[in-house]
Design a protein around this ligand. Sequence first.
Ligand code: MN3
Length: 199
Amino acid sequence: MPFELPALPYAQDALEPHITANTLSFHHGKHHNTYVTNLNNLTKDTDMADQSLEEIMKATAGDASKAGVFNNAAQVWNHTFFWHSMSPNGGGAPTGAIAEKIEADFGGYDKFVEAFKAAATTQFGSGWAWLVLDGGVLKATKTGNADSPLAHGQTPILTLDVWEHAYYLDFQNRRPDYIGTFLDSLVNWDFANQNLAAA
Ligand code: MN3
């Protein structure tokens, strides 16, 4: 069964004015879809065609001869996780268990914001900023290109795509404004609470 492009968990214009339908039509409809197409082409008629994205990522991580498969599988997974990391009703300080865990592990929401912004801003070139659970402790991290915490034994809680294609149409080169908008108006703490509860 070929891999499929998952539908967005909200309407294409649901994140406006922060992220426009124009951006999501390219980002989901073109970029994310291309990774799905590439992955299907690369795994066709191999035993990986029937594996989950997570299985493929774990089996190919760090294997230079399988970099194409890893990169496309990880980009399919990362983007699906990213859509759920945002909500039309998101943004601002968290509530529930994730709020308590952020207080305990970062020393407060403001410290988390500082650490997440630093990770997202300093990822040089293309990549991702993450809130992960690493050895039971929350950390703000970054990965380059397609790399994913799943390849490093960490549990993803939230992510922000910091490839230019994620923000250029709406923010041009102003990555810090895009990061601030994600935290203030979009971040989906309900999703973070679900991921924390499942960890
Ligand atoms: Mn992207």
